[in-house]
Design a protein around this ligand. Sequence first.
Ligand SMILES: Nc1ncnc2c1ncn2[C@@H]1O[C@H](COP(=O)(O)OP(=O)(O)OP(=O)(O)O)[C@@H](O)[C@H]1O
Ligand SMILES: [Mg+2]
Length: 272
Amino acid sequence: MNTTLLQPAPARSLGGRPDYIRIEGLSKTFGGRRDGVLAIKQIDCLIAQGSFVTIVGPSGCGKSTLLRILAGLLDYEVGSVMLDGQPIHGTRRDVGVVFQSSILLPWRTILENVMLPAEVLGLDRKQARERAMHLLQMVRLDGFEHKLPRQLSGGMQQRASIARALLHDPKILLMDEPFGALDAMTRERMNLELQRIWMESGKTVVLITHSIPEAVFLGDKVFVMSPRPGTLERVLPVDLPRPRTMEAMSHPAFAAAAASIRERFSHAASFD
Ligand SMILES: Nc1ncnc2c1ncn2[C@@H]1O[C@H](COP(=O)(O)OP(=O)(O)OP(=O)(O)O)[C@@H](O)[C@H]1O
Ligand SMILES: [Mg+2]
């Protein structure tokens, strides 16, 4: 047995505010009162500062809706969503978002793409450039600063997107199926990279995935949502120490966590 798996989790996640993100009674309906679609229903949860939360659930259950509300990209009428004691309404600077496709501007170099938030937010250009170079190093893209997105692989483009989301030093990183379009091997590497970046940066991360192994591998907690209208059915803690290696996937605790999620969704076809 790998003894590193038996070591306690590092102190990193301790001491952070346990209710850093507080969601209470959150429901969201799209459209009118009569023909509206109830996307998410009565969600209550807490997300601790510095923790890594993953969200799984069947297609259409409201995962992206929840994430867009957290990002301030979508408003809500029922319930409350608080970040560090402040209600979330509208976009905010302390949040960075990564979507499934990397959405890099094809005519701009990787460095110029990563620096985009600095232009939008009016940050000092010189400082932003320095930070962008540092982040590109962190996501192991140094040497590719002056390439165009099409000259990079899908995984490299996604790493550039992560660097861009971190440029303005947000406290929270929200990721909506960021690795969905990648092949299995690249995806595993990206999971390791993301874990490293998260551990180095101390951010609070919320990541949506269709992959149960990915959810268990990355998450301190896995939020399991029901089919639409999406409710938060379970919050599953994953008690595997960090940093997790691919070996963690053969640990009995990993298999047990994945099995308990899979069992719940044995009739849903939308999982890996
Ligand atoms: N802008 C919108 N207008 C109307 N209905 C919407 C809108 N966005 C989402 N919906 C509806 O809300 C429900 C939840 O959608 P959402 O995109 O949050 O699901 P999801 O869990 O992210 O699905 P997937 O796993 O396929 O990405 C769906 O029924 C969808 O049709
Ligand atoms: Mg979605």
